[in-house]
Design a protein around this ligand. Sequence first.
Ligand code: FES
Length: 139
Amino acid sequence: MGGVNPYIQKAQTTKATKPFKVTFVDEGTGARTEVAVDPTSFPLGHIGLEGSVLDIADGAGVEINHSCGGVCACSTCHIHMQAGGDSCSKATENEEDELDKAPGVEPDSRLACQCVPDGTQDLLVLIPKWNRNQVTEGH
Ligand code: FES
């Protein structure tokens, strides 16, 4: 379920053209999931900005909460970009406004639905414990 919030400024993104790796770490369980992303064949374009960290997680079956459906309107997809953040699209003012509402915000915080890597670096993504708890409590 991809979507666009018509009221926010558009993020400037550069689509990846070559394979790269994303490692997701679940802060709650310590589980690590390595995902090989080949932009020519990996399933993208389902949720959040196309090729975003949320889109990649969705394609790989890694759960990141996304209450607003990936349109930069909730902050529940808050993640920490522990490595590779320089290769991602810059946060818009709207993303920063939403991030301000998330708990535990750090300098490496991003919204997974708005953070689009250009594929020039591998990423290390920490999914905060509270995000996973919220998913568990919702089911
Ligand atoms: S899913 Fe709501 S801001 Fe990312």
